[in-house]
Design a protein around this ligand. Sequence first.
Ligand SMILES: [Cu+2]
Length: 134
Amino acid sequence: MRRFLLVLILALTLAACGQTESAGSLATGQTLTVDGVTINLQAQPAQAVQNQQQTWLITLTDAAGKPIDNADVYLELEMPAMPMGQNNPLATPKGSGTYQAQGLYSMGGAWHVVVHADFNGTDHIAQFTINVNE
Ligand SMILES: [Cu+2]
């Protein structure tokens, strides 16, 4: 419920800024489970465009479905096709197991967004593939 409210608030905030993101696409995202930790990645805007500000929301839940709020979270942005240099946005905890990071993709094409969630002494790593428009 809290997470739904957060999503709703974000959707309203974005609507107020004149963007056209629907709550539906916000609630989707991609999910992977690593060593008992479920890592969900959502992005705003849902379709990334090169060199435009991107916001990522990472939500962590444990095996019992409880939100994890005591993790250190950062992203590694890389293109599988070529070296693009270091691009590692740090995520800030927002409560209810959600962490927020901001940054941009410096090029269109296929990217890996590798989420690092350091929790209880273990770096949980989940790799997502994102296609970025030019
Ligand atoms: Cu590239």
